[in-house]
Design a protein around this ligand. Structure first.
Ligand code: HEC
Length: 241
């Protein structure tokens, strides 16, 4: 290799490496945060039957307890525990959001004499996202969204970028299951790193999102007619620069 070629390659490496390592670290931040978000939501799915009980008052799901359970789920899912005195500001915000949202919902979930209370994983996830996004004051955002045709709550609608990835990548039969997609992009004219993770219907989802399409589920909403393993949602993260 002559010297010019060598210098040229060196230049390229020096130019590309920071971008690459930036992308990798943003991916890490996003992956850790989606894992924590899902770990918290899982506490609600696992306890759905308990929350729906009519004859029990206090369900024992305080903000503090649910935070502890979410951390346990996180360790199990990722194989590593979060170190409490070494949390990122996003992780801190997510954990306080879990605590606050659960504390706010105590009267609802502890009401005796009511079975189904409308407190579901997706509703908890939406409240969690709203609280978290407020705490991050425009630096970072998280959202639970879904394929456009499946969205029940308008505030969960995918934006153009999310819609495009869901329809043209995640829904393709050869797209690797569960693989997130991320890229440097723009949101409303602002430079941002975007990350999106696909999620699929499991058996437990189909009571509400399955067949027959259009039939009312326990929440009063219309079933989507989804099938086992089908793409049912996505968790989307925006990190503003
Ligand atoms: C008891 C009924 C029920 C079950 C079970 C259920 N969901 Fe939902 N789901 C809902 C309702 C109701 C909403 C609307 C929530 C809101 O208002 O934000 C929703 C919303 C969602 C959303 C957000 C997009 C939208 O439609 O607004 C996703 C994604 C989702 N569900 C996925 C799942 C998955 C995956 C499972 C299984 C792990 C599941 N749901 C289990 C009732 C249910």
């Amino acid at each position: 290799m002559n010297i010019n070629r060598f210098l040229c390659s060196l230049f390229c490496i020096v130019m590309v490496l920071p971008d690459l390592s930036y992308a990798l670290s943003q991916d890490n931040v996003s992956e850790e945060l989606t894992s924590l978000y899902r770990a918290a939501r899982k506490v609600i799915s696992v306890n759905q039957g308990h929350i729906n009980k009519e004859d029990i008052g206090d369900k024992g799901l305080s903000g503090e307890t649910v935070t502890a359970m979410a951390l346990e789920n996180y360790s199990q899912a990722t194989g590593k525990a979060l170190v409490m005195d070494n949390l990122t500001s996003a992780q801190k915000a997510m954990l306080s959001a879990v605590r606050e949202v659960m504390d706010e919902n105590q009267d609802l979930i502890n009401e005796k004499g009511v079975g189904f209370k409308g407190f579901l994983p997706a509703i908890f996830a939406r409240q969690l996202a709203t609280n978290f996004n407020g705490k991050m004051s425009g630096k970072m955002k998280i959202k639970l969204t879904a394929p456009k045709s499946y969205v029940r709550n308008r505030s969960n609608r995918p934006d153009k970028w999310e819609h495009n990835i869901i329809e043209n990548m995640f829904k393709k039969s050869d797209y690797p299951k569960g693989k997130p997609f991320s890229e440097q992009s723009e949101v409303k004219g602002k430079s941002a790193y975007r990350f999106i993770l696909p999620e699929y219907y499991g058996q437990s989802c189909l009571a509400c999102h399955g067949e027959p399409k259009g039939e009312r589920d326990i929440s009063g909403g219309k079933k989507e007619g989804g099938v086992l393993g089908e793409l049912g949602g996505a968790i989307s993260i925006i990190i503003y620069q």
